[in-house]
Design a protein. Structure first.
Length: 372
């Protein structure tokens, strides 16, 4: 049996980033069930930084992550992690309440006239939006650079990543966890459950009470756009009710109906009807005509009942740490979330950036889910 100070289950952005921090002072192994890290949600992100998107805890963690994305540690990545791209929020008929909620939680949103909005998004259909809001502080994240940067940092600090190591059994005995995989048994006094959509499955293997995690499928299509040389300069565009969004990517336009269909954990695929709905909403909001789909993909975003992440030690089992339920905000919050998780695991003070953003640890604690 191979023994470590801490075993992290899952090598997506959550597992890779927290393991990189922990490896600075602990012997760490990361067990990944797929043949490469980031196969599921991490590798299928829309790759946006949206500091006004998400529930309160995620707002705090996302905003606390901005300085890392804009000025990463020396040697972390060979190119920028964040490239600025503004975001437009269209407020259509019936979305007045959603608009007020967005304004109430947002920082630095400005309002544009329809004419001004068309200067940066020239295909906006006249009269479609009652109001248009602009967020100038958003951007595109290079997910691969962020993820690979954490994996490289983990290995430089002596941590190990084992792929094709699906957890088949999990037993706590004599103050240690025994983790059974197809390639042997690994032991550690502490498990970090960063298994994404499979986090409740892992918990049940170890006799730990599940947190009620619900994976939800998100479908994204990529469509060609012709006749617009300024396409790459367009903003991300969505509506206040979060019923669709689009943004440029590699000379094409990605589009989604922002679907959130409850599913079991699986290798997600795009839903054709959800893609068609997203394209229809895009054409309603713009003067674009979409007559073909270049390609599509599906991903899983996992939530508990209040939509906040679950970060902390399980109240019913020694040595079992939850790092799950990031929803659709896992990439944009990963620097601050991983630092916060590492601090809770090691018993060190929370990061100053997180404290400054007013994160309430009770909002992300697993203990909150034990109460009805």
């Amino acid at each position: 049996m191979k023994s470590y100070d801490i075993i992290v289950i899952g090598a997506g952005i959550a597992g890779a980033s927290v393991a990189a921090h922990l490896a600075a002072t602990r012997r760490v192994a990361v067990l990944e069930m797929e043949n490469r890290p980031g196969f599921h949600s991490t590798g299928r992100s829309a790759a946006s930084y949206e500091p006004n998107y998400g529930p309160p805890a995620m707002l705090a963690l996302t905003r606390a992550s901005e300085s890392f994305f804009r000025e990463p540690p020396k040697g972390f990545a060979e190119a920028p992690l964040l490239t600025s791209r503004e975001s437009l929020f269209l407020v259509t008929e019936g979305q007045e309440e959603a608009c007020e909620k967005l304004i109430a939680k947002a920082n630095e949103l400005g309002e544009l006239s329809e004419r001004a909005a068309r200067e940066i998004f020239p295909v906006l259909r006249p009269g479609h939006a009652k109001r248009v809001l602009l967020d100038p502080n958003t951007g595109d994240l290079d997910v691969d650079l962020i993820h690979s940067g954490y994996l490289r940092l983990l290995r430089e600090r002596g941590g190990q990543v084992f792929t094709d190591h699906e957890v088949k059994g999990l037993l706590y005995r004599d103050w240690k966890w025994q983790v059974a995989t197809p390639h042997g048994i690994y032991t550690s006094p502490m498990i970090v459950n960063a298994a994404g959509a499979w986090a409740d499955t892992i918990a049940k293997l170890g006799g730990v009470a599940p947190i009620g995690l619900q994976p939800k499928r998100r479908s994204i299509g990529v469509v060609p756009v012709t006749g617009h040389d300024d396409l790459e300069d367009w903003p991300l565009v969505t509506d206040a009710g979060e019923t669709w969004y689009c943004k440029p990517q590699s000379g094409k336009l990605i589009v989604s109906s922002a679907d959130a269909t409850p599913v079991d954990p699986h290798d997600a695929y795009a839903d054709d009807m959800a893609i068609a709905t997203g394209i229809d909403r895009l054409m309603q909001a713009t003067t674009l005509t979409v007559d073909r789909l270049h390609h599509s993909w599906g991903g899983l975003r996992s939530f508990v009942r209040d939509g906040q992440p679950v970060v902390g030690f399980a109240p019913d089992q020694e040595g079992f740490f939850w790092l799950a339920g990031q929803g659709g905000y896992g990439i944009q919050s990963s620097p601050a979330l991983s630092e916060t998780a590492a601090s809770l695991i090691l018993g060190t003070p929370l990061p100053d950036s997180v404290v400054a953003q007013g994160l309430d640890i009770k909002d992300i604690s697993p203990r909150r889910l034990t109460h009805s």
